[in-house]
Design a protein around this ligand. Sequence first.
Ligand SMILES: Cc1cc2nc3c(=O)[nH]c(=O)nc-3n(C[C@H](O)[C@H](O)[C@H](O)COP(=O)(O)OP(=O)(O)OC[C@H]3O[C@@H](n4cnc5c(N)ncnc54)[C@H](O)[C@@H]3O)c2cc1C
Length: 495
Amino acid sequence: MINRKTVAVIGGGVSGLAAAKAFDERGHRVIGFERSHDFGGVWELSRSYPDVQTQSPKELYCYTDLPMPDDYPEWPKGPQVHKYLHSYADKHKLARLFQLNTNVQSMDRRADGKPGWTLTLEAAGKTWEQDFDFVAVCTGQFSDKNIITHPGQDAFTSAGGTVIHSSEYTDSAMAEGRHVVVLGGSKSATDIAVNAAKSGAKSVTLVYREPVWRVPYFVGGINFKRLLYMRAQEQQFNSWGRSGLARVIAAVFQPLIWANFRGLEMLLKTQLKLKKWDMVPDVPIEKDISCSVPIVTPGLFEGFNDGSIKPIRGTIDHYEPGYAVLTTGDKVPCDLSVLAVGWKLGVPYLSQEYQDKLIEPDGQYRVYRLSVNPDLPDMGFVGFNSSFCTVLSAEMIANWLVRYCDGQLAHQPTDKEMRDNMEMMLNWRRNERPAAQIYGGLCSAPFHFKHFDELLSDIGAKKHKRSNPLAEQFSYPNAKAYGTYLASAPQYQAG
Ligand SMILES: Cc1cc2nc3c(=O)[nH]c(=O)nc-3n(C[C@H](O)[C@H](O)[C@H](O)COP(=O)(O)OP(=O)(O)OC[C@H]3O[C@@H](n4cnc5c(N)ncnc54)[C@H](O)[C@@H]3O)c2cc1C
C-alpha cells in the first residue's frame, strides 16, 4: 500500500505542468503554486519578447501524449507554445490543482518533525504556512533576472537613455527610431538584435564577449534535428560513466569522430561566413555542445551583411549620456541598452542550510539523476535536467520523481549509490567535460538518450528503444514512443 501524499508543485511552467500531471495521476493530492497570473513560465506572454520562437523543432518540444498542432510551424512562436501548454493543462484538467498569483517565499523542514516541508506562501498581501509531505520544485532556470549595472548608468538614464533586461523587451516599438545596443551573445540577444533591426531602430549594435558555436535551423540544407539529436551523434561526445571498453572503442574511433566534427565546423564556418565576422570560436565544437549552444536567429547574419546589425566583440565599459562606451574603446550611440545577460540560477526560497547541501562552492549542483539529493529528503527537482527537448525531459523526470517519492522505482537508489553517483558526475563535469558545468551542471544535453535510458531503467520500463535499431541509432527522440516506454513500466496507485 502506497500512502497518498500531499505534494506541493512549485512553478507552473512546462515542468510544473508535467509534475502536477505525474503526481496527480498516481493519486497524490497535488497543490501547485505559480507566482504569475498564468501558466507557461518563460512562455507566459507578458514575459516573452516579440518574435520569440522555440529552438527545438516542434516534434522535440512536446509532451508524450500531445503533439503540437499540425498547423504549427516547425519552430513554433512563443504565443503558440503558450497556447499549447494551456491545451495540455486543459487535457489533464491541471488548472484545478494550481493556485496562481501565489509566491513561495520560503521552504523549510516541518517543525512538527514529520517528513516533508513547510512552505511559506504569499498571495494578495497575505502570508501563510502550509505543510507538505513532498515538494516538486519546478521553478526553472530563468526566473530571477541577472541584474548588472555599468558606471555612468544614472547619468545615461537621466539624459533619456533606457537600460532594460532582455525579458523586459516585450514590444518592438521600444526599438523604433532609437539607437539600440544589445549586450550578450545568447539566443535572446540575437533574437532581440534582429527584431530591433527589423522594427525601425536607427542602429543596432550587438556587443558580445566570445564567439560561440551557433547552429542554424538548417545545416547545409538539412534540418538540424536530423544531425544533432541522434544516438549515433551523442555517442561521439565524452559522456559520463563510460566503461573501460567504451573508452577503448572511443579511442579507436577517435580519428573518425575528429573528422566528423571538423567537417561540421567547416560547414558552419562556410555557411555562416564566421571568419568574415571574426566569429570562429576557439573551442572545438564537440567540447562546447551543451544547453547554452544557441540556434542562429534567422536574419542575424543577413543583418550583419546589410549593416543593420553591427557585431562588436567586447563588453560595455561605461555609459555616457547618449552613448555606450565599450571595452574596445568604441563609443556607440545608444538610446536603449538591452542587457541579455541571462538569469540567476538558484532556489532562493530554500533555507541556506539546505542550499549549502545542494550547491557546491563552485556553483555545481549535487543532484542524483539531476533531480534529488539525499541530504534534502522529501523533495526533488523537475526541469532541472534541461536539454534540447525540455518538455520531454521534464515529463521523463517527473515520472521518475513520483516513483522515487513512492519508493516505486524498479531500482530505488540507496543513499550510498546516490552519493557515489553525484561525486562521479561532479568529477566528470569538472575534469572531463567542462561544458557540462553550464547552469550549475543542470543540463542533460547533448546526452538525451543516455539520460532517458537511465531514467527508464530505474523506472523499470520493459521497453526503452525503438524495435528498429537503425532508426534508433540515426533518428531523434520520439516523444510519442517515450510515452509507450513509460507505459511499459509497472503501474500503481497511491491511496
Ligand atoms: C526564450 C526562450 C526560448 C527557449 N526555447 C527552448 C527550446 O526551444 N527548447 C528547449 O528545450 N528549451 C527552450 N528554452 C528553455 C526553457 O526554459 C524550457 O524549455 C522550459 O520552458 C522550462 O520550463 P520550466 O517549467 O522548467 O521553467 P520556467 O518556464 O522558468 O517556469 C518556472 C515557473 O516557476 C515560477 N516560479 C519561480 N519561482 C517561484 C516561486 N518562488 N513561487 C511560485 N512560482 C515560482 C515562475 O513564475 C515560472 O512560471 C527556452 C527558454 C527561453 C527563455
